[in-house]
Design a binder for this molecule. Structure first.
Ligand SMILES: [Zn+2]
Length: 400
């Protein structure tokens, strides 16, 4: 995913988006269908007809991928796993999960739904291809039957992050109760499968099939990177071991006074602490949030006259977090929203701030030491937090 995806439309409440990289796939698909597959199977037509068939094939392919991802998204939502949307990109599509799966059963059902949908679409297209429609339409339907079959079978390979890998992980997780070890197994297979695709790609390029070879090569790289990313994700979750945000937050955060002027906000807060946003307090109560973007709304000459309370905004759910929230969930919230600091709030009371840099330095310490260190001394007023609910890893080999 290279650029910000383009929103297309909403489907059952899921926003469907198009990543710019998908256009490359689109051009390749139309071109290979219109100049390769279709003229081979049905010779003697006008070139324009082949191009239109190619476009129809592409639209069908896009719809097939969206249906596959929609099946994942609907099952995920049913099991309490919110999905942010469906994005089409160069290697197909992705239903973006906001969080890890809630249970092995939920993950298994979510993963199997996509291939099942693709099998169903393949069957439907196969029926359509034999329904006595014009030859051109029947050929496109036949192509879509085949591509959906490939989509289902390829995704059933038990290599994480493919659906089959998720199913394998869920099965192992349900059986052993150990998510990290299960992810390690499924990711190792994913990584190996990635290498296999890379090798197949190189073989194909050497054999003269440059486009297909590059394709396998790139998908192999992608699968390997995604397998490593999944492992990283559970390692992070393991490192935090269910520790709450309150273990990592800084108490007594820098908060702007609601009655300070915008000019004071700039000189006393922004340029003193080099932070882009601040919680705003009025006699200890959190009353809002203010950021550099709010300052920009006020002309420079008027900044000594306007008070912070007039430009601040309510602190939305994106920038706040509860002290008992899992620290790994707070980290995901930062990654999702792009905010590097979250305000820790308990029933309207400002209790602290948790920052990305603190969470990351904790993670890197955990990694360097190959064990789980105690939480950082985030607070100077309070006694250092105990070792928490986790345990040091017994094999001493760390997280990787
Ligand atoms: Zn899938």
């Amino acid at each position: 995913v290279f650029f910000r995806p383009i929103p297309l439309f909403a489907l059952f409440g899921f926003q469907v988006r198009l990543d710019a990289s998908w256009f490359l796939l689109a051009v390749l698909v139309v071109w290979s269908l219109a100049t390769g597959l279709f003229p081979q199977r049905l010779p003697g037509l006008e070139p324009a007809v082949y191009w239109w068939m190619g476009v129809l094939g592409l639209i069908g392919l896009a719809a097939s991928i969206v249906l596959h991802e929609l099946a994942h998204a609907l099952v995920a939502r049913r099991h309490g796993m919110p999905i942010r949307g469906i994005t089409l990109f160069i290697f197909g599509g992705v239903a973006e999960m906001q969080d890890e799966a809630t249970s092995p059963r939920a993950e298994f059902l979510m993963a199997v739904a996509g291939p099942l949908m693709s099998f169903a679409v393949a069957g439907l297209m196969w029926l359509l291809a034999g329904a006595g429609l014009p030859e051109t339409v029947a050929l496109v339907a036949g192509y879509l039957a085949l591509i959906n079959l490939v989509l289902a079978v390829f995704n059933l390979v038990p290599a994480f992050p493919l659906d089959g890998g998720r199913m394998l992980r869920a099965a192992l997780w349900g059986w052993t109760g150990d998510l990290v070890r299960s992810t390690r197994v499924a990711s190792a297979i994913g990584s190996g499968f990635g290498v296999l695709l890379i090798v197949l790609g190189v073989v194909a390029v050497v054999g003269g099939d440059f486009v297909a070879g590059m394709w396998w090569f790139l998908i192999g790289l992608f699968v390997r990177a995604a397998a490593a990313g999944a492992l990283e994700g559970v390692a992070v979750r393991e490192a935090f071991a269910g520790r709450p945000v309150s273990d990592f937050m800084r108490r007594d955060p820098i908060a702007a006074d609601a009655d300070a002027t915008v000019a004071e906000l700039v000189s006393e807060y922004v340029f003193r602490h080099y932070l882009k946003s601040f919680p705003v307090v009025d006699r200890g109560r959190l009353v809002g949030c203010v950021g550099v973007e709010d300052v920009r709304k006020v002309e420079e000459a008027r900044r000594p006259l306007v008070r912070v309370r007039e430009v601040m905004e309510p602190c939305d759910a994106e920038r706040t977090v509860a002290p008992e929230t899992d620290a790994a969930a707070a980290l995901r919230q930062m990654q999702r929203t792009g905010r590097t600091r979250l305000i820790v709030v308990r029933t309207g009371e400002l209790v602290g701030v948790v920052s990305l840099s603190d969470l990351l330095s904790y993670l890197s310490m955990a990694r360097d030491l190959g064990m789980r260190p105690p939480p950082p001394p985030a607070s100077r007023e309070e006694a250092p937090a105990p070792w928490g609910r986790g345990h040091a890893s017994a094999d001493g080999r760390g997280w990787r």
